[in-house]
Design a protein around this ligand. Structure first.
Ligand SMILES: [Zn+2]
Length: 777
């Protein structure tokens, strides 16, 4: 009943959302502590709890968890994958969590036949194997290891001429066109890097290739970068990068798009899944690649295509012909997701989610256990606080996902199974994956940018003993391109966080369900070349990466502090000023992109008419002129401009209200009003979703963030506009601008509504400066 609220007033006012947290003091008299999202009465207790929490994680525990969990290969369907899940389940329970395993049945192909041989001009049979190394004690577990392969490659037996396609991106094929070389009927060999691996067979097939080989060039993660394993951390000549190669229509089980693959669920026929590649694909080492590449003739490859092998890189085709056979066992395998809860006291229906995957391609010490062990240590520490009497306001849910490697299977299937509940209850999702020494790297929803900055200010860097915030901020200054960018970094209160694309379990939460998400990890000091090989194991990690687990502890401290702060906050620490600011930068980028496409088209067409390309082409090394380009029309960005403008104004309104609530003598907010306001705050991310989703990719519903359809990992912000511009779909770009603009306007309306409600329940006079009516056009 409403009138009773008075007795459960939160007595003191809100902290300034714009002020950095408690470590910042001004002048001689220390300012009272401030903490974004907390009433003054709750701040001391929260900071005290968080400090206690950060003192608990122990590097030696993380080392032991990693030793146990990486003792055997633990890919989907392996005995050790299940064993690890059960072992973690027991730990969560021991630490006082309510925990269970949820199972899903998913398509997980494993190798049945792999063969790659050159049949002309000389015969060569690829080894396709990674040998054990005597000083590395788990590298000899061959009977348990999945051999090198690309999961979800189509079965095939193909023979054809070999063509080198560099990284195999669409730009690389444009270069090939100008060299007059077609890959129709050919088997292409592409190097790893520059795009997600699944893009390589996709683009190859679109250009008519019949098979695809992917190899790791030593230029990218081998000897050109440092000593190779086991002398150093880099990829040796036999190490192969495994990995999934699905298409980019959706994440999760290729046979259950949009619904959970619970045991017994309906499933597509394999032949009907758009996610399976259109041509066979196989990954190889550079020892296997070198004879193939050396045999290719035809034009010398453009300079930027040269790798670090001691050969001259040719494009082909020529006499080199290869025979490629890829066949899989197309089995259904069981996933084991571990889901653990600490129930909330005040708002148990609001959930703070945290996850890391536990499955690997082989022993997976770095990927994923370096992140998983930090998450486990957080859970142990929170369990200890819970035993000592701490009760988080909101429910905390810790997830150890299975099946991330083949395609975010465990997280996506869990989300799709529980989507109505998750969309109703989830405040945010915090993800990690592999972790290493160095700098904090955060990507995520920009409504949480300020929040993440606040957390980073409170965690100490183990090597430099300054805050991880300061270290990342100073790195950004060091890496800035030019004086203008440096000035912006120095002036801005918060460091910018990057937008999320794809590459770990956050993707489905954000892109499909509109749950605000953050991915955090440390790294940047060590080069790594073990990725997805048998050498990513305990020996490698404890000799060449975060060997003392100091950054494992830093990750546990950072992610755990973030979880606790979200779980305990009075008013959820979302902020829309940084969000609106970031959205304006995207809008500017899109306008610039259109302008540069217009300029480039005009210039190219002029040069074509002038005969420039013909005149400069060397008859002995001919380059064909590029294609004529349609000049892009003017595109109406007004809906986007209006949406961004409305959001900026609403964000300022919200910020002004929160500031006023912090002033001395401000009225308190009744707790039941807070509960519903908080629900509106975290629902704000959902407003960026549309039912129809992105053009051609309806499963991807978020209109601000998506992985690129032709980049895979790398994000495309405002994808309905940006990708349409890049693909020269002008009408679709204009429709996209309308759709995204409407999403921004919806967001602005909600933020403004929350601000007005805060004004009402906090009995503040309406804010004149920011309350001009927002127009919705
Ligand atoms: Zn991973």
């Amino acid at each position: 009943m409403k009138h009773l609220c008075a007795v459960i007033f939160c007595l003191l006012s809100l902290s300034l959302s714009a002020v950095p947290s408690q470590q910042q003091t001004v002048g001689a008299a220390p300012a009272p502590p401030v903490l974004q999202g907390f009433f003054s009465a709750s701040i001391a207790n929260e900071l005290n709890l968080e400090t206690k929490f950060r003192s608990i994680p122990r590097p030696e525990n993380m080392r032991e968890y990693m030793r146990i969990m990486s003792a055997h290969p633990h890919h989907v369907g392996s005995p050790w994958d299940k064993q690890n899940a059960e072992w973690m389940l027991a730990r969560f329970k021991e630490w006082g969590w309510q925990a269970e395993i949820e199972n899903f049945d998913v398509l997980f192909p494993t190798p049945k036949e792999r063969r790659l041989e050159m049949i002309a001009p000389a015969r060569f049979v690829a080894k396709l194997a990674e040998p054990p190394i005597s000083i590395d004690p788990t590298s000899n577990q061959q009977a348990e290891q999945l051999p090198p392969y690309n999961a979800y490659s189509l079965d095939g037996d193909v023979t054809g001429p070999l063509v080198y396609v560099n990284y195999g991106t669409r730009d690389d094929y444009e270069d090939l066109d100008r060299l007059g070389i077609s890959v129709k009927g050919a088997i292409v060999i592409a190097r790893y890097g520059n795009s997600w691996r699944g893009i390589k067979p996709k683009v190859a097939a679109e250009h008519g290739a019949i098979g695809c080989i992917i190899y790791s060039d030593p230029a990218d993660d081998g000897y050109a970068q440092g000593d190779v394993y086991p002398r150093g951390a880099m990829r040796n000549k036999d190490a192969v990068q495994r990995g999934a190669v699905t298409d980019t229509y959706y994440a999760g089980d290729p046979l259950t798009p949009g619904w959970g693959s619970v045991p017994g669920a309906k499933r597509l026929a394999i032949k009907d899944s758009p996610q399976i590649t259109k041509i066979p694909v196989l990954p190889i080492s550079y020892a296997d690649a070198q004879p193939l590449l050396a045999a290719i003739q035809g034009p010398v490859a453009p300079e930027k295509w040269h790798g670090a092998l001691p050969i001259t890189y040719h494009v082909g085709p020529g006499a080199a012909r290869v025979h490629l056979v890829v066949k899989s066992n197309w089995d259904t395998k069981r996933l084991y997701d571990v889901i653990a809860r600490l129930p909330g006291s005040d708002s148990p229906e609001q959930w703070v989610l945290r996850g890391n995957h536990h499955d690997a391609w082989v022993n997976g010490a770095s990927d994923p256990l370096s992140g998983m062990v930090a998450e486990l240590e957080e859970a142990r520490a929170m369990g200890q606080l819970y035993k000592d009497g701490w009760r988080p306001k909101r429910t905390i849910i810790y997830c150890a996902w299975d099946g991330e490697e083949p395609g975010l299977l465990g997280s996506t299937e869990w989300l799709e199974t529980h989507i109505a509940d998750v969309q109703q209850h989830a405040v945010a999702y915090i993800n990690s994956d592999n972790n290493a020494r160095g700098f904090l790297r955060v990507s995520g929803s920009h409504s949480l940018e300020k929040f993440v900055n606040g957390v980073a200010r409170d965690v100490e860097d183990p090597e430099k003993h300054i805050s991880i915030w300061q270290r990342s901020h100073l790195l950004q200054i060091a890496n800035a391109r030019g004086a203008e960018e440096r000035e912006e970094i120095r002036k801005r209160a918060d460091f910018r966080i990057r937008a999320l694309g794809d590459g770990s379990d956050y993707a489905s939460f954000l892109d499909h369900a509109g749950i605000a998400a953050v991915d955090m990890r440390f790294g940047g000091e060590d080069r790594e070349g073990q990725y997805h090989s048998i050498y990513d194991d305990f020996y490698w990690f404890t000799h060449f990466s975060d060997t003392d687990f100091a950054y494992g502890r830093a990750l546990a401290q950072t992610a755990g502090t973030a979880v606790m702060r979200l779980a305990d906050a009075d008013l959820l620490p979302f902020d829309f000023v940084d969000q609106a600011d970031t959205i304006r930068t995207y809008l500017k980028e899109l306008q610039k992109l259109l302008k540069s496409e217009q300029d480039e088209s005009k210039e190219r067409n002029l040069e074509l008419s002038e005969g420039v390309f013909n005149a400069i082409s060397d008859p002995q090394r001919p380059m064909l002129p590029p294609a004529h380009l349609d000049t892009p029309p003017t595109i109406n960005f007004a809906p986007l401009e209006n949406g961004a403008e409305a959001l900026t104004r609403a964000a300022q309104h919200y910020d002004a209200v929160v500031r006023k609530l912090n002033e001395p003598g401000a009225n308190a907010i009744p707790r039941d009003a807070l509960e519903s306001l908080n629900a509106k705050i975290f629902q704000s991310e959902r407003l960026f979703l549309t039912d129809k989703g992105l053009p051609g990719r309806p499963w991807f519903k978020h209109q601000i963030y998506a992985p690129g359809a032709y980049t895979g990992y790398a994000v495309k912000t405002m994808p309905a506009v940006r990708e349409s511009l890049e693909q020269r779909q002008w009408a679709q770009a204009e429709t996209g601008a309308q759709t995204v603009g409407e999403a921004l306007s919806r967001e602005a309306m909600l933020v403004d509504e929350i601000a007005s409600e805060l004004e009402r329940v906090g009995k503040l006079p309406p804010d004149k400066a920011t309350q001009a009516p927002i127009e919705h056009r």
